[in-house]
Structures are given as C-alpha cells and as structure tokens.
Design a binder for this molecule. Sequence first.
Ligand code: AMP
Length: 216
Amino acid sequence: MKKNIILMGPPGAGKGTLAKQLMSAFNLVHISTGDMFREAIKAGTPLGTLAKSFIDKGDLVPDEVTIGIVRERLAKDDCERGFLLDGFPRTLPQAEALKKLSIEINRPIDVVINLDCDNNELIRRISGRRVCKTCGAPYHIVTLKPKVEGVCDICGGPLYQRADDNEEALKVRLGHYVQETKPLLDFYANEGLLETFDSLVGKDLLFDQVSEFLKK
Ligand code: AMP
C-alpha cells in the first residue's frame, strides 16, 4: 500500500475532493496548505493576514512561509500512518525542500498522483464551486447541489464561494500553475514517482481507479 502521497493538478482538477475520499477510505492525514492558510485567515493570526494578501489575488504565498508550515505539520506523530499532501509542493524550491525533509524525518514520498483536466472544465468547476464554511465539504451549483440550497448536507454549515474563486484570481492561479507548478511533473517523473489520472471521468470512478492503484 502506498501511503505517503502527493496530489497534484491545476486548481479545480479535484484534488480536495479526492483527498477527502482517500482520507476516509485509507485513514490518511489530509494536509492541504490552502486549508491551513484559510484556517489561519479565519482565526485572524499573523500568518493568516500575510497569506490573505497573496491568496485573494490568486498569487502564491512565499516559499519560506509555506515550507515552514508543512515542515511543522509533517513532523507530527499522526503522519506516521500516511499522509496526502494537497496543494503542496507548488514550486521547485518547495519540491526540493520536501525531498530533503522527507529524508530527514524518514517519511519518504511513495507516489505523486497527478490529476489531468482541460482548461474549460477547470473554469466551469471553479466558477460554480461552493464550500462548506464549517467542514470544508465541496459542492457545485450545477453538478453537485446540496439537498437544501446554501446548506451543507453533511454538517448543516453554510456554503460560501471562496474569495479567490472568481474569474480574475483564477486566471492568475492558472498562470502560476503553468509557470511554477507544472514543471514539477518532470521533476517527479525523473524521480519515478509520477502517476497521471484523467479527472474528467468523474469523482467516483476517479476515486476507484486511484484506490486500486494505491493498493498495489
Ligand atoms: P488551494 O486551496 O490549494 O487552491 O490554495 C489556495 C491558495 O492558497 C493558493 O491560490 C495560494 O495562494 C495559497 N497556497 C496554497 N498552497 C500553496 C503553496 N504550496 N505555495 C504557495 N501558496 C499556496
């Protein structure tokens, strides 16, 4: 079983949804740098204030800050059972820092799951995306509606649209993906860790395919 996993793919490819499915199925720790920043923003911490100034524009939070929070999180005891990195690494310095760190703490990366998705579909998914403010469950205004409008099926929390899920910030985010994150696919292919899946098959089939692969 592969248990230390990186999930990669452009914004809207379905990393967060797949991470939540895999986390419950395989008892893995879900580490989403985006969620960690959003929690810091909600809590009003200095990290949150700093992160917000980048996130709202669609820009990347500086490497030293992002690497610092992942370093701290990955060293915690619960990560021994296996972890899913969702949204990290996004730059080459982050990937290099992770490589060093995973050796230091003896938690080597077993596989990088890359989700492939075309641009039109990404824009459609992101512009209709809604998220539960309380538990983070993902919804979509057309393809994944809650039973009651604006209310989470799972916990009853209110649904909202992320501040960076607008057309302008999305263009910037996709630009960062192409410039800074996509080159990491070569980095991980060279390490022999890369495995690509088509996210257009839909979330349930994608989950089945990835699960089967992880069990091998
Ligand atoms: P996500 O929820 O993964 O889409 O992340 C939301 C936003 O958080 C991104 O657009 C970035 O501004 C910031 N962020 C998340 N992860 C990283 C990262 N690894 N490096 C830099 N910024 C990040």
